[in-house]
Design a protein around this ligand. Sequence first.
Ligand SMILES: [Zn+2]
Length: 199
Amino acid sequence: MTGCHVCGLVQRVTPGQAATCPRCEARVHMRKPDSLSRSWALLLAAYVLYIPANLLPMMVTSTIFGVQQDTIMSGVVLFWTSGSWMLAVIVFTASILVPLLKLFAMTYLLLTVGRRSAAEPESRTRLYRIVELIGRWSMLDVFVVALVVALVQIRSLATITAGAGTTAFGAVVVLTLLASRCFDSRLIWDHARQENSHD
Ligand SMILES: [Zn+2]
């Protein structure tokens, strides 16, 4: 017997054989080991690297006038002040807002499961599925940076290379992805079920 990792429905599963949840059609397998501690470790590493990702230069622009280094935020400000508002909004959302919201969402899920909270299992499961969904598209963040580099290169004819910030940024994206992969959302429903059985 095991529980579905998406909706928590308990069902009979033959070990070593693929099964599908009859309630939500998710694939069912045994529970992920050390889910909470692994997710916490990866998440904390992502938080630490979020700092250099935002402080170290993302773009290094070389022109005949000299070398200019841009962080994500100074890039956003540059786009905004030069009138490229759409680009400023896209870069800000993809590179600053979404990664931070993913970190906060995972922190909330890990904290509530750690405290054995029984509150709102449905909305917390939905939140987890959103994080997982964004995770699948998170290479989009890196794609946006590449696009911006290409655009600026065409416009200004300057030489633009990726700064050390991109490495830290890529690490944040991958670590957050791994943290959400390690998190077993069945844990949300474990405590919800315990609470319900007292009724
Ligand atoms: Zn299910």
